[in-house]
Design a protein around this ligand. Structure first.
Ligand SMILES: Cc1cc2nc3c(=O)[nH]c(=O)nc-3n(C[C@H](O)[C@H](O)[C@H](O)COP(=O)(O)OP(=O)(O)OC[C@H]3O[C@@H](n4cnc5c(N)ncnc54)[C@H](O)[C@@H]3O)c2cc1C
Length: 367
């Protein structure tokens, strides 16, 4: 049986970033059950490089978002990945929301995001034309990135280090051996065995399912999974925005905000809805809810130009309250060489290089 140092399950942005980083010192293979990389959450998101404003102090999300943002901007410059540091305006429409903005401002400072500033009325009008807001904060370090090109750059980095990306290959099962793990893979109907020292489960929406197939892992270390769909409406034609425009955050997401892609196309979303199965079908009947949410901050939005676009699904670990990334290694679950990544929802795209760094440090602790 072939032996390698590390097998990474899942070629989303997190699995690819981890594989690329580990390939600097190890033999690495990253497998993907689909025929292409990043077909799930990594290609169904807002492509925003978040600043790190919202997350509780000392949380994994805060730490990985702030560090990941810096690493991601560096990576984009080094590897020629298209990005734009557009900045974003966070708006408050009521006195209560203005208080929430103040809380966000303080939270951001605790998280090490020190570049946020309050906008005067004139600055607000200049940065967010046609937007109705009582108060506004500006985040200069927020940006957007081409997630497809980012993943391509990570595969190029992996392959330059002799690592391999193997599509159409599904992780089926694993059990511990004296060398690490014996792993069973399904490659287009044929079953293959592989031996590896380390096993990284970066399966995103399938991470819990994968973990349940690892013999020896106590199932108390597998958190629940709740699918939370977020869908987008695109806005056809001209619009006045050069920055991203956000309302104050909501219970499960950041509120129906206005994002731009690198071509300048405006879209709104994502909303939040818990669903029973992994189903990316969109629901155009959400138009009225979107329209009402958008017109709170952009009263002159033209409803007839909103068109249902696509949906992504957040791998939530609970249905209420704040939740953090779960990155479990031997210290937590007792299985040497195994790292499980659960609940890698937003800001997972921003955080991918920082998560990859942590996983590498856990597998290769410095003496
Ligand atoms: C609506 C929405 C908006 C978001 N917006 C942003 C944003 O603007 N900025 C930001 O920073 N983050 C954002 N995120 C979060 C970000 O997209 C995710 O955190 C990130 O893409 C997760 O990447 P991943 O590699 O963990 O998962 P995925 O992209 O889901 O990749 C996991 C891969 O593993 C594969 N896999 C699973 N099991 C197996 C198996 N048994 N065998 C082989 N392959 C397997 C899957 O097929 C999949 O391709 C958003 C998320 C959502 C849902």
């Amino acid at each position: 049986m072939e032996h390698i140092d590390t097998l990474v399950i899942g070629a989303g942005v997190v699995g690819l970033a981890t594989a690329a980083k580990l390939s600097q010192n190890q033999d690495v293979i990253v497998i993907e059950q689909g025929s292409h990389f990043g077909e799930h959450t990594s290609s169904r998101n807002s492509e925003v490089i978040h600043a790190g404003i919202y997350y509780p102090s000392n949380s994994g999300k805060a730490q990985h978002c702030v560090e990941g943002k810096t690493l991601l901007y560096q990576h984009c410059k080094e590897y020629g990945v298209p990005f734009a540091q557009l900045g974003k305006v966070i708006t408050a429409q009521t006195a209560d929301e203005a208080q929430t903005l103040e809380v966000l401002f303080q939270q951001a400072k605790h998280n090490g995001v020190t570049d946020l500033y309050w906008l005067s009325k004139a600055e607000l009008q200049a940065k967010a034309p046609q937007v109705h807001a009582r108060e506004g904060l500006f985040s200069p370090s927020t940006g957007i990135v081409d997630s497809h090109q980012l993943m391509l750059s990570l595969i190029a980095q992996l392959e330059r280090n002799q690592g391999q990306f193997v599509p159409n290959t599904e992780f089926v099962a694993a059990h511990s051996t004296p060398q690490g793990f014996a792993v069973e893979l399904n490659c287009g109907g044929e079953i293959f065995q592989l031996s590896c020292t380390n096993l990284i489960n970066a399966g995103g929406l399938f991470a819990q399912q994968n973990a349940a197939k690892i013999a020896g892992l106590n199932h108390t270390h597998i958190p629940p999974l709740h699918y939370c769909r977020g869908q987008y409406f695109s806005y056809q034609g001209k619009h006045p925005f050069k920055h991203l425009i956000y309302p104050v955050p909501q219970q499960h997401g950041l509120g129906i905000h206005a994002t731009l892609d690198l071509a300048g196309q405006l879209r709104f979303g994502p909303d939040t809805q818990f669903i029973e199965s992994l189903d990316y079908t969109t629901d155009s009947s959400a138009l009225e809810t979107f329209y009402q949410a958008i017109r709170r901050y952009w009263p002159s939005v033209d409803k007839s130009r909103l068109q249902i676009d696509y949906a992504g699904i957040r791998p939530k670990l609970q249905t209420a309250g704040p939740q953090d990334f779960v990155i479990d290694c031997e210290v937590q679950h007792g299985v040497k060489g195994l790292i499980n990544l659960f609940g890698i929802e937003s800001p997972g795209l921003t955080a991918c290089l920082s998560i990859a760094k942590l996983v590498t440090e856990q597998l290769e602790p410095s003496e």
